[in-house]
Design a protein around this ligand. Structure first.
Ligand code: SF4
Ligand code: SF4
Length: 373
């Protein structure tokens, strides 16, 4: 039996509905229904969507695949209110109503202010959004209110100090970013614990980065558990932390669903030996030599071919660290979509004069072109 948080008995895997399988532009409802059936059959109940996911189609899919096919007391649903779509207090209720209507629900079990950071937390104050959330809960349209969060531990503490009405927080936590100064997984986790807020974890596999690894890391994990996927280590790591309501996985096909629900059905926290294996994996990942680009962009302005040099280097570093060629190619394609490709470089040398890290940009772009163009 899982620990109960906020009176809810929820297993430690939640179905994130932001990357559902698709046919063309639309969600593949038939495949999603099969995934939902596997999820429910194995005792999982938590579904996470948001007003903005796929322009509302995610909430529609929730209705079609879950709400219209299962009794209301057999699942719990979370959705999120996008403050960036609101200019005044009166805009909030219609957005929240629209989410309920798309999902075919009378209430959300968990309702969140979406993606708060230091700036959007200020907007929440201006809009009086927390007052709205309290009223929404009092009206019975949300059972529990909270927020998802992407910023520093300090900004998180500011919000939690001001808003004790937030019952839970949704945080990005993964083993790679546990000590990362940008993401601050550990520090944010510790702030949430200090304020006694149970946590929903998002991005446990760092947007898919921790599902494929270099051969060395794969060998390390496979030596301990040959039968377990690489992704399982990332999800079990966060599920093992105290105070976790559930861990969201944005599953995109039946294979991922079968894998995740398989090892999480009878979840046990990581043993000391398994924790040590993860620490070793992090050491290996952190020791991979990468291009020392700080993304300062001093090189970009003068480039006659408008090459997004730091974006290209970030894709190359992703490949070096995670060994994930498809993921790196996706990052590269997004980086160069509005400008020149790595292979368009005319060797004028403007960029290298400006790079404070003294990176051999021309040579490195040639490598990138060979890999991705
Ligand atoms: S050397 Fe290549 S990347 Fe650098 S500024 Fe010139 S064209 Fe752009
Ligand atoms: S100037 Fe150098 S460090 Fe800065 S973004 Fe360009 S390549 Fe990276």
């Amino acid at each position: 039996m899982a620990e109960k948080y906020l009176g809810e008995d929820i297993k430690k895997l939640g179905f994130g509905l932001m990357r559902l399988p698709k046919i063309g532009e639309d969600e593949d409802i038939e495949q999603t229904c099969k995934m939902v059936d596997t999820f429910m059959k194995r005792g999982f109940t938590y579904f996470d969507t948001a007003y903005v996911y796929d322009g509302g189609k995610s909430e529609d899919a929730l209705r079609q695949c879950v709400v219209e096919r299962y009794p209301r007391d057999s699942f719990v649903c979370a959705s999120k209110l996008p403050l960036w779509n609101a200019e005044k207090y009166e805009d909030l209720a219609p957005l929240a109503e629209e989410s309920l209507s798309r999902a075919g629900l009378e209430y959300f079990d968990f309702y969140l202010l979406h993606a708060l950071n230091a700036d959007s937390a200020k907007k929440a104050e201006e809009l009086n959004a927390w007052e709205f959330m309290k009223e929404w809960k009092a009206s019975g349209k949300a059972k529990h209110i909270g927020f998802s969060f992407h910023d520093s531990a300090e900004a998180l503490e500011d919000i939690l100090k001001k808003h004790p009405e937030a019952e839970f927080v949704q945080l990005q936590i993964n083993y790679k970013d546990w000590e990362d100064e940008g993401v601050q997984s550990r520090k944010c986790y510790e702030v949430a614990r200090k304020y006694n807020k149970p946590i929903v974890v998002m991005e446990p596999v760092k947007g898919g980065s921790l599902t494929t690894m270099t051969q060395e890391v794969q060998d390390l994990f496979k030596a301990v558990h040959p039968e377990l996927s690489i992704a399982s280590w990332a999800i079990r790591f966060v599920a093992s932390l105290p105070g976790i309501i559930t861990v969201l996985s944005g599953m995109s096909n039946e294979e991922q669903m079968n894998d995740n629900t398989g090892y999480m059905e009878h979840f046990e926290p990581l043993t000391e030996e398994e924790q040590a294996t993860i620490q070793k994996a992090v050491e290996i990942i952190n020791a991979v030599p990468t291009i020392p680009c700080t993304a300062c962009k001093y090189c970009v302005d003068g480039c006659p071919m408008q090459i997004n040099i730091p974006g290209v280097f970030a894709a190359m570093n992703f490949l070096k660290v995670y060994g994930n060629k498809d993921g790196a190619k996706g990052r590269y394609d997004r980086a160069v979509k509005d400008g020149g490709k790595a292979g368009d470089c005319i060797h004028c040398g403007q960029c290298e004069e400006h790079c404070p890290q003294h990176i051999s940009i021309i040579e490195t772009l040639e490598e990138a072109s060979a890999l991705f163009d």
